[in-house]
Design a protein around this ligand. Structure first.
Ligand code: ADP
Length: 725
């Protein structure tokens, strides 16, 4: 250009001439030094900017001539300084709305700016014409306030919205440090935030922060501010883009949300996307009892049980990295009692439309009671499974006739496999031998009516067909009335022992019987001989042996009977028995041996029945003998005989020791003797009543006992008169 060439021709010596020349030029000329301070501005420059030379000179260009300031000009200045080559730039003045054409030429110690103005102003709506990059940067955000800053924070551009908010003109703020403009200078904290953000952004970092600004008297705005550095290819930060979004409404809504959250019975927290917790609701604060400033960030971690901290940290980090939900169970200290309770902490990220995480919303739910129940349940399950896996008791669960579950012990006992169980091949009815079916059904009946079965002995037919003696008991499940659990004890060892005992009794009674008979016969023979030879003294002495021999004979006879009963070999003759005469005979014999007691017989009727005279005699002898034996201090024993149309009743009553209630069933068992001290002195083997009961049963009758301690006992035998079989 001609004018530029002219400038170059001027020598320093003739600078006066040059200045005069510059003053006459119609275009504006600025000379700025390396710090962009205006050193010189010609007359046209003053006209264009509407400022005096004093306004312009000695101040940064950006401040003195806000009409001219634009990001394009700023970029061009920077570029010329860098490249030392002339540049031209054309843009619309944001103030006068006219096209400006600026030529920038490097000069010694600074730059020469030659500004040419085109007079036609543009329409107002094109006020903000961001360059291509700026448009990109800005469009990434939904903006309200948009501006452009130098890396040092000098405001180069600003759009209408913030200007309108502050009710100021553009030129009042352009070229000023942004932090000192009305929006930011009111609250020192916001100003501080902005300064820090500019410093970080000028190093290439995008900075986002929330703050409160004060554009004018009576107006506060919550802003979400973003400062994005615009970088050159060489990563040199050229300028900064500022976007401020008004979030006042959101904040207000948040305020209401916080108030709501504080009122919630739940424990709630909110964290920033980086994981630092910014909010705890009142309920949570009340629980932790920690000052707010301590609780924020990751201060809440102090409340977590030290043992749980690593896993909480791990879960939280993982959630932040994967951006997935956060869930962990941990103990949290109750600030009041100092005790820890279990909580379930959950957090979900809240994202914006682009998927960027804005916040994490979280809750802490008290699961202490749940944990305790779980623990108790776990323990009881453990106990139940220990019981179930017991290797002594076979356990099975039945539903109908089917065994639907069983422990290993039961399977081992019966020879079935788990596969059999799964396939439904185990059925208790099939496992029950015919002779035990009635008893088993009775047990199941009991189960249905009383929810439990009295333990009873039976046998199982095992998988291989062998028999297993067992003791079975059980009960129904409260929660599953169709199912029942049964406990099965292998009874074979006991049964075997019993068998051996029976064998021994059987053998002993036979083995003892033979020599005793020999002794008895020999004694009688010798006694008779002695009498014949008139050795009366010796004969009497020998006859004393006959009493104990009789006793022995009776004992061995009872032993034999017991073993016959066991083997089911006790047989009965069927004959007509006159009960009255039978009782008189028995009484006479008894009286002969026990003259100490008077036996009173009350016979109201003459009655007879079909039965075994000897066995019935044996039964009544036993009853009478007991009545006398167990009433050492009484004098009488009574026998009543009465009859109805179908049955005969015999009552044997004594006035002796009596029998305890709990012993009344047991006395009919084999070898049972009451353990009372008072009876220890009375000899006996506990076979008498067992045999009596068996004989009565053999006659299809029944026997009961009534007794009062210290007063006496009454045994009542009822026998049917007519028997079909
Ligand atoms: P034993 O008399 O040989 O002991 P039993 O079978 O006849 O055997 O009787 C069993 C138990 O019943 C006795 O040990 C005794 O404790 C009790 N008992 C039987 N009869 C009477 C009775 N009349 N009075 C008190 N106790 C009796």
């Amino acid at each position: 250009m001609l004018k530029t060439k002219q400038t170059r021709c001027v020598t320093p010596a003739s600078s006066g001439t040059l200045l005069t020349l510059l003053e006459t030029l119609p275009d504006a000329i600025f000379f700025i030094d390396d710090a962009a301070t205006t050193v010189y501005a010609n007359a046209s420059a003053q006209t264009i900017t509407g400022a005096t030379r004093e306004d312009l000179c000695g101040k940064p260009l950006w401040r003195g001539a806000p009409h001219l300031v634009s990001t394009s000009l700023y970029q061009a200045v920077q570029k010329t300084k860098q490249t030392r080559a002339p540049i031209e730039v054309e843009y619309v003045s944001p103030v006068t709305r006219t096209w400006l054409h600026v030529q920038l030429s490097p000069a010694v110690g600074g730059l020469l700016l030659h500004v040419h103005e085109q007079r036609e102003p543009l329409p107002r709506w094109e006020t903000f014409v961001p360059d291509e990059h700026l448009a990109d940067d800005v469009l990434k955000n939904l903006y309200v306030g948009v501006g452009c800053l130098t890396p040092e924070g000098i405001l180069l551009e600003i759009n209408e919205v913030p200007l309108a908010d502050a009710q100021i003109r553009r030129e009042e703020v352009i070229g000023q440090p942004f932090a000192q403009t009305p929006w930011w200078s009111f609250y020192p904290a916001s100003q501080q935030q902005l300064r820090a953000a500019i410093t970080r952004a000028s190093r290439g970092e995008t900075v986002r922060f929330e703050t409160l600004v004060h554009p004018r008297e009576g107006m506060d705005l919550h802003l979400e501010a973003t400062i994005t550095p615009h970088e050159e290819v060489d990563h040199h930060v050229e300028y900064l883009v500022y976007v401020g979004t008004d979030i006042t409404e959101r904040k207000r809504a948040e305020g209401a949300t916080y108030a709501l959250m504080d009122a919630l019975p739940h424990r709630v927290w909110i964290a920033r996307s980086d994981g630092s917790v910014t909010y705890h609701n009142q309920r949570l604060i009340d629980y932790l009892v920690m000052p707010l400033d301590q609780i924020q960030g990751d201060g809440w971690m102090v409340g977590v049980h030290p043992d749980d901290r690593p896993q909480v940290q791990e879960a939280w980090q993982a959630a932040i990295q994967t951006r997935g939900p956060y869930e962990v169970e941990h103990r949290l200290r109750d600030g009041i009692s100092g005790a820890y309770r279990w909580f379930l902490a959950r957090g979900v990220p809240q994202r914006n439309a682009q998927g960027t995480i804005l916040h994490w919303f979280g809750t802490c739910t008290d699961i202490e009671d749940q944990k305790r129940i779980e623990e108790a349940l776990h323990q009881s399950q453990e106990r139940a499974s220990a019981l179930m896996n017991s290797n002594i008791i076979g356990i099975n669960v039945i539903e109908g006739e089917q065994i639907v579950d069983a422990n290993d012990t039961f399977l081992r006992m019966t020879g079935y496999t788990r596969e059999d169980l799964r396939a439904g091949r185990i059925n208790w009815r099939h496992m029950t031998p015919p002779e035990y079916l009635a008893r088993t059904q009775q047990a199941h009946q009991e189960l249905a009516t009383q929810q439990s079965m009295t333990p009873y002995e039976k046998e199982y037919v095992c998988q291989d067909g062998s028999r297993l003696p067992v003791l079975v008991g059980g009960g129904v499940f409260q929660h599953h009335p169709l199912q029942a659990i049964t406990f099965v004890l292998d009874n074979s060892a006991r049964k075997e022992l019993e068998q051996r005992k029976d064998d021994l009794i059987n053998m002993a009674s036979h083995e003892l019987g033979t020599p005793l008979t020999a002794v008895k016969m020999q004694t009688q023979l010798v006694r008779k001989r002695l009498e014949k030879q008139s050795h009366h003294e010796a004969a009497t002495a020998l006859s004393r042996v006959e009493g104990p021999i009789k006793l022995l004979e009776r004992l061995i006879g009872e032993l034999l009977d017991v073993s016959r009963i066991q083997a089911g070999r006790l047989e009965y003759v069927r004959e007509r028995v006159d009960l009255g005469s039978l009782l008189r005979d028995v009484t006479d014999t008894m009286h002969h041996f026990h003259p100490s007691h008077t036996i009173v017989v009350r016979e109201t009727v003459q009655t007879s029945l079909i039965g075994d005279r000897d066995r019935l005699g044996q039964a009544f002898t036993n009853l009478l003998s007991n009545a006398i034996t167990y009433s050492p201090d009484a004098e009488t024993v009574e026998i009543d005989l009465s009859a109805s149309e179908d049955a005969v009743t015999v009552r044997v009553r004594d006035h002796g020791l009596g029998i305890l209630q709990e012993q009344r069933d047991k006395i009919f068992e084999r070898f049972y003797r009451a353990p009372d001290l008072s009876q220890r002195a009375i000899p006996g083997l506990g076979m008498g009543l067992y045999i009596v009961a068996e004989i009565v049963k053999g006659h299809e009758g029944n026997i009961t006992v009534d007794s009062e301690i210290g007063k006496g006992s009454t045994f009542t035998v009822t026998l049917p008169k007519r028997r079909d079989a």
